[in-house]
Design a protein around this ligand. Structure first.
Ligand SMILES: *[C@@H]1O[C@H](CO)[C@@H](O)[C@H](O)[C@H]1NC(C)=O
Ligand SMILES: *[C@@H]1O[C@H](CO)[C@@H](O)[C@H](O)[C@H]1NC(C)=O
Ligand SMILES: *[C@@H]1O[C@H](CO)[C@@H](O)[C@H](O)[C@H]1NC(C)=O
Ligand SMILES: *[C@@H]1O[C@H](CO)[C@@H](O)[C@H](O)[C@H]1NC(C)=O
Ligand SMILES: *[C@@H]1O[C@H](CO)[C@@H](O)[C@H](O)[C@H]1NC(C)=O
Ligand SMILES: *[C@@H]1O[C@H](CO)[C@@H](O)[C@H](O)[C@H]1NC(C)=O
Ligand SMILES: *[C@@H]1O[C@H](CO)[C@@H](O)[C@H](O)[C@H]1NC(C)=O
Length: 467
């Protein structure tokens, strides 16, 4: 009996060994993005242990932090490191700087740390001016030369793009790159990626697409949980059952349009926020867990699913992100993409190997913000513990807009109580009411928060945003 059990096991393990050898570069098991814009995050060695405990296959850094690369030595994790946007222009015109960057940041950790991807900048076309874009591909070429010269054969070069490199993405078969980028950036980049057998790295967030149009896009379609919503692309005849596939295929068709149908796609980031501000829809633990678990299930399914335009092709990926990062600026969702709290506990159960059956996960809280918030919102001071910072934020808010802080001046209707906390609350509400429509946020480095409870008192009326 023992023997009859053993044989299939041996065959099975030989088979998995073969499989993992032949597809070593192509594992569908997701990695995770290790962002560290938080003032309360674990030490690198503890963070690496957490990455491992989530069963991530890879880890992506947004720099080449030596302590983290050190902590990653002798783990099985494939590692992706990043050249900062600020260095792209200089590297593009200076081979010795490129060589030096690789010598300083890669060589000391190779091969004990399995550095496999060198990403050049982050969302360069979205977050920098054309002075940097134009230097991107030349910088990639120089870094590739450095890597080859140093004999670091296993490292692929790429650069993560946001979906806004596309001018059009719907229907997918009609997708095209932005015209300002196509000639100077995208074409030479695709040639480079093809020649070097690398990947087109792209950040794909169905959350943002859905949240910008929740009336016309079905939430379940965005969460990979719809059984009955399908979208047929009239151009290709392909039928989509989820928003993620639709977005990925848009990238495929945009590349194909330029004559590069075969470049592999690597999901450099995807995920769903587990929380956010009052005025943000659908950012909750239930949706985040649902999206990320279904994503894992989908990419890990056997046989490999791929997407409608590329059936059966493995889609390597990184989930965003390891931790909720409390120092990221912008709307609340930015600080709530983590699978983990900063103390290392899980925001919800998830297993990136896809091996834990769903029934073993703890129950999820019922979502309470899948509909748009309706009503008035104020922006008030959230913390009293740093008077210096609060005073600086108050003074900044008051310096913006028209008469933003008049009522809190001596004799004004909101002057009393003459307290920093109350004056700041008034100023934040007044600032936000004027600037929200042009992208102003209720954040102030974490000193402000949104509330649906009217802070007005007596004859002091706080300005509000009405949704
Ligand atoms: C780029 O090079 C210029 C000229 O050598 C130098 O002044 C500048 O500080 C460099 N920029 C960065 C980000 O290193
Ligand atoms: C190129 O980079 C090297 C190494 O950092 C530096 O010493 C040199 O000054 C740079 N050359 C120019 C022209 O900036
Ligand atoms: C770069 O952008 C500036 C404006 O931001 C524009 O005037 C200039 O024509 C652009 N250059 C190229 C090469 O696209
Ligand atoms: C899909 O099914 C859900 C639940 O069964 C239902 O509420 C929804 O109306 C259906 N949508 C379509 C487009 O048929
Ligand atoms: C970790 O942080 C979360 C969020 O602040 C909190 O709910 C949880 O209780 C903490 N867990 C531990 C073990 O401290
Ligand atoms: C208060 O905030 C300022 C500016 O953000 C910061 O430099 C300072 O360290 C903070 N002080 C405390 C005690 O947290
Ligand atoms: C302030 O007033 C000026 C002139 O009336 C107007 O052009 C501007 O848009 C106002 N700014 C805000 C933030 O309301």
């Amino acid at each position: 009996m023992a023997i009859s059990r053993l044989i299939p096991l041996i065959i099975l393990s030989m088979y998995t060994a073969l499989l993992s050898m032949s597809s070593a570069m192509f594992s569908p098991q997701p990695g995770i993005c290790y962002g560290k814009l938080g003032d309360n995050l674990p030490r690198p060695q503890d963070a690496v242990a957490l990455v491992t405990s989530l069963h991530a296959k890879r880890v992506k850094l947004y720099d080449a932090n030596p302590s983290i690369l050190h902590a990653l030595r002798n783990t099985r994790l494939q590692v992706s490191i990043m050249v900062p946007n600020e260095l792209i222009a200089n590297i593009s015109s200076n081979q010795s700087l490129s060589d030096k960057w690789v010598s300083d940041n890669v060589v000391p950790f190779h091969p004990a740390t399995r550095i496999r991807y060198l990403l050049v900048g982050n969302e360069v076309a979205s977050s920098t001016g054309n002075a940097t874009w134009l230097r991107l591909v030349p910088a990639m070429r120089r870094l590739r030369r450095s890597i080859k010269a140093l004999g670091l054969r296993k490292i692929k070069l790429g650069t993560p793009c946001a979906m806004d490199v596309l001018q059009t993405s719907f229907p997918p078969s009609n997708a095209a790159f932005r015209t300002d980028l196509t000639g100077p950036v995208i074409r030479p980049m695709l040639s480079f990626l093809k020649r070097t057998k690398s990947f087109f790295f792209v950040d794909v967030y169905p959350y943002f697409a859905w949240a910008s149009d929740p009336v016309n896009i079905n939430l379940d379609y965005a969460l990979f949980r719809s059984n009955n919503v399908t979208v047929k692309d009239p151009g290709s005849g392909l039928v989509y059952t989820n928003l993620f596939d639709q977005m990925v295929d848009a990238v495929h068709f945009a590349m194909k349009r330029l004559g590069f149908p075969g470049i592999r796609i690597f999901i450099a980031e995807t995920g769903w926020p587990n929380g956010g501000d009052l005025d943000q829809i659908g950012a909750n633990v239930f949706n985040a867990a649902t999206y990320n678990r279904n994503f894992v299930k989908r990419v890990m399914s056997k046989p490999v699913l791929g997407t409608p335009a590329r059936p059966g092709s493995v889609l390597p990926s990184f989930l965003f992100a390891l931790f909720n990062e409390n120092m990221k600026p912008g709307p609340g969702t930015e600080r709530h993409f983590g699978l983990l709290h900063p103390n290392g506990s899980r925001v919800y159960d998830i297993d990136l190997s896809g091996e834990t059956p769903e029934r073993e996960f703890r129950r999820l809280p019922v979502p309470d913000n899948n509909e748009k918030f309706k009503g008035r919102i104020w922006c008030v001071a959230a913390r009293r513990d740093n008077a210096t910072a609060l005073a600086a934020a108050l003074s900044y808010a008051c310096s913006q807009g028209n008469g933003t802080c008049e009522p809190v001046q001596a004799g004004g209707k909101c002057y009393r109580p003459d307290s920093l906390f109350w004056h700041a609350s008034y100023a934040f509400s007044s600032y936000w009411a004027q600037f929200r429509k042009v992208g102003g946020t209720c954040y102030f480095n974490g000193l402000a928060m949104q509330t649906a409870k009217d802070p007005s008192y007596g004859s002091c009326k706080f300005p509000s945003v009405t949704l």
